[in-house]
Design a protein around this ligand. Structure first.
Ligand code: PHE
Length: 454
């Protein structure tokens, strides 16, 4: 007799695990500096539109595929799409997730390394910004530093995954997510009480429409996808552990809401903290490793603030990395009959090895560039500009056209008849998004991204 497939212990377990996946580096690190560089509130509005018309529908399409098929992505796409071509599209999303898991861990390794720096009190004694930069460069250019923390980070995630879906992923999300919210609230309140907080808020809330260029639109869409973990096998896999008896829309909506609130609150925390010492908010990815350490050296209580900040980012990154490794594991278990523990070892070691060149992209490999881009730049570009949008597109096409809206809607309503009777317009919304807005807008943005990169 085959062992029953793993599943979530409760609806709350599902919500927190998926929220853990969604809330990650993209919310805390990427969102604030995108808002800073692309027009403040104008970017926020554009981003919310992308969520409504593309991100949320693609998110629903993927969890629905998983929940209906109760299989890992390759098999789920085959079951609903009816042939090998669809199966291969599903498998592609697993590969995408695996690629993301490799560089995501390399980057998260730096965060872990910076947390150690914060604990050792090395982020609070800078007297000039040159010192901050020198410290950053020294760490980044040390090959062993990046690789060891990348390894440590993967080991942490592997340990949770090793314990299984319920005893590992679900249990760890149940205490990590509340902790993350507490730390975030602490940072937002501290930020709001700092001098100049008003200037930070004003910057956030004043729209600059001239900054909304086609590039901003592409970035907003990419952000909506990446932050919701669309296109990487994660949602199909996490959805496949969810019971068909539960209300899917009602479980997913709070996740998207939480994810959006965390992005907005992170932007508030980052801007108020950064403005307090009169720094520029749009300082790109150097924000976390250079601007913030400088701020921590200037304000009172900087030591504790630095620790809290890096704890926040680390918590967010851990649950996301776990979720992006899970599709490969589910695939090896479901389709090749591997024992879970062996699958975890294989996935984690694979992600570690593939992540090594990313972890070295600022040190020994920094001069190995192609058109001025490092290995990390390329692999991230490949995932976020090509593979992730494609994965999301395949999912909405499967749901809206191949499997078909009528069948999909029957499955979507499972466990939630009364809910759809109360909100009948939801059917029209999903029909419009699955069939038209999501696929068409993804294709337009995707073509523009390709066109503008050449
Ligand atoms: N959503 C995560 C973030 O915002 C990243 C992620 C992508 C996690 C894909 C899992 C799958 O950082």
């Amino acid at each position: 007799m085959t062992k029953a497939r793993e599943s979530w212990g409760s609806k709350l377990g599902f919500i927190l695990a998926v929220a853990g996946s969604a809330i990650g580096l993209a919310n805390i690190w990427r969102f604030p500096y995108m808002v800073g560089s692309y027009g403040g509130a104008a970017f926020i509005i554009l981003y919310l539109l992308c969520l409504l018309l593309i991100g949320f529908p693609a998110f629903m399409a993927e969890t629905l595929i998983g929940r209906t098929a109760q299989m890992s992505p390759g098999a789920a796409f085959r079951k609903l799409g009816g042939n090998r071509t669809w199966e291969n599209m599903g498998k592609m999303t697993i590969v995408t997730g695996f690629i993301v898991s490799s560089f995501y861990s390399a980057v998260a390794g730096w965060i872990l390394g910076y947390l150690v720096e914060a604990l050792l009190g090395r982020l609070t004694g800078f007297e000039t910004t040159d010192q901050v930069t020198a410290h950053y460069t020294a760490l980044m250019q040390h090959p062993l530093w990046g690789v060891s923390f990348h390894l440590l980070f993967i080991l942490l995630c592997g340990a949770v995954l090793y314990l299984g879906v319920r005893a590992g992923i679900e249990r760890c999300s149940k205490w990590m997510m509340p902790l993350l919210f507490i730390v975030l609230f602490y940072l937002v309140i501290t930020g709001l009480m700092m001098p100049n907080a008003g200037a930070g808020l004003r910057f956030l809330l004043t729209p600059d429409w001239t900054a909304i260029t086609p590039t901003a639109v592409v970035l907003a869409l990419g952000q909506a996808f990446f932050t919701l973990s669309v296109g990487q096998g994660t949602l199909v896999t996490y959805g496949s552990y969810f019971s068909p008896k539960e209300n899917l829309v009602q479980s997913c909506f709070p996740i998207v809401l939480m994810d959006t609130c965390v992005s907005l609150l992170s932007a508030v925390a980052v801007f108020t903290i950064v403005f307090s010492v009169g720094m520029e908010p749009n300082s790109g990815p150097g924000l976390i490793f250079q601007t913030l350490p400088w701020v921590f050296s200037q304000v009172s209580g900087g030591y504790f603030l630095a620790i809290m900040f890096f704890v926040l980012v680390l918590l967010a990154a851990l649950t996301s990395e776990i979720s992006v490794l899970e599709p490969v594991i589910a695939y090896l278990v479901d389709e090749h009959g591997w024992k879970r523990k062996r699958a975890v070892l294989a996935a984690a070691s694979g992600a570690f090895l593939l992540g090594v060149p990313s972890a070295l992209s600022y040190s020994v490999l920094r001069n190995f560039t192609l058109w001025d881009k490092t290995f990390l730049d390329w692999i991230e570009l490949l995932a976020s500009s090509l593979l992730i949008p494609l994965g999301g597109l395949f999912a909405v096409l499967l749901v809206g056209w191949k499997w078909g809206f009528v069948n999909a809607f029957v499955s979507l309503k499972s466990g939630s008849d009364a809910f759809f009777k109360r909100y009948p317009w939801l059917e029209n919304y999903f029909w419009f998004c699955f069939k038209f807005s999501a696929p068409i807008l993804i294709v337009i943005v995707f073509l523009h991204a390709i066109y503008s990169s050449f």
